[in-house]
Design a protein around this ligand. Sequence first.
Ligand SMILES: Nc1nc2c(c(=O)[nH]1)N[C@H]1C(S)=C(S)[C@@H](COP(=O)(O)O)O[C@H]1N2
Ligand SMILES: [Mo]
Length: 208
Amino acid sequence: MPDQPFIARGFRGRRLQTPAGRLPPGQYETRDFPVLSAGPTPRTPLAEWDFAIRGLDGRSARWTWDELMALPRETPTVDIHCVTKWSRFDTRWEGVSVDVLLAAAANEGVSGGAFVLAFCDGGYTTNVPLADVTGGKAWIAFGHDGAPLDPEHGGPARLLIPHLYFWKSAKWVRGLRLLAHDARGFWEELGYHDRGDPWREQRYQGDP
Ligand SMILES: Nc1nc2c(c(=O)[nH]1)N[C@H]1C(S)=C(S)[C@@H](COP(=O)(O)O)O[C@H]1N2
Ligand SMILES: [Mo]
């Protein structure tokens, strides 16, 4: 008979020693990587996959998968915070900075306003201020923990905006629509916050 009759995957049976000051209010640390998806996992062949930045006037910049792979990459290690209250520390990603894509789009004359709506395979959307995806704070991530990003976690590519609640990190992302005015995405329409800063506990519409 085994020492321990039953251990759920990832269950550790003790409280983690979470360093003070690293957890946003109301969060707890986990070492699991839960999957939270509002629908089935879409499977788009890479040959059909592209990423687009759509400007205000209808123009857009577009990258095939191979073109995205040819861009300079970064390997951020970041803490992530889900609005359902779990946080994971030191998650390791590989991706292209959104700054790189926006600069290339601007070179092609694709411009927008102060807001962004991310769109995805499967129809998910989420809105963020432009300032939250510029200045080295957001990536189109296609690697996690040294391996290609698992489809459950948004592969082939997801948005990664670690300083906001994780619902803003749109899985299976296919592009960013640049907007002059904020337009709510999937969870925001259902009452979640337009910005979602975990340090200010911006969980729901009406939170500060
Ligand atoms: N396309 C898409 N992206 C999504 C979601 C989703 O349902 N569909 N869920 C969001 C939510 S609520 C969270 S917490 C994270 C979960 O990412 P994970 O499944 O990799 O943990 O993805 C976010 N991005
Ligand atoms: Mo979430």
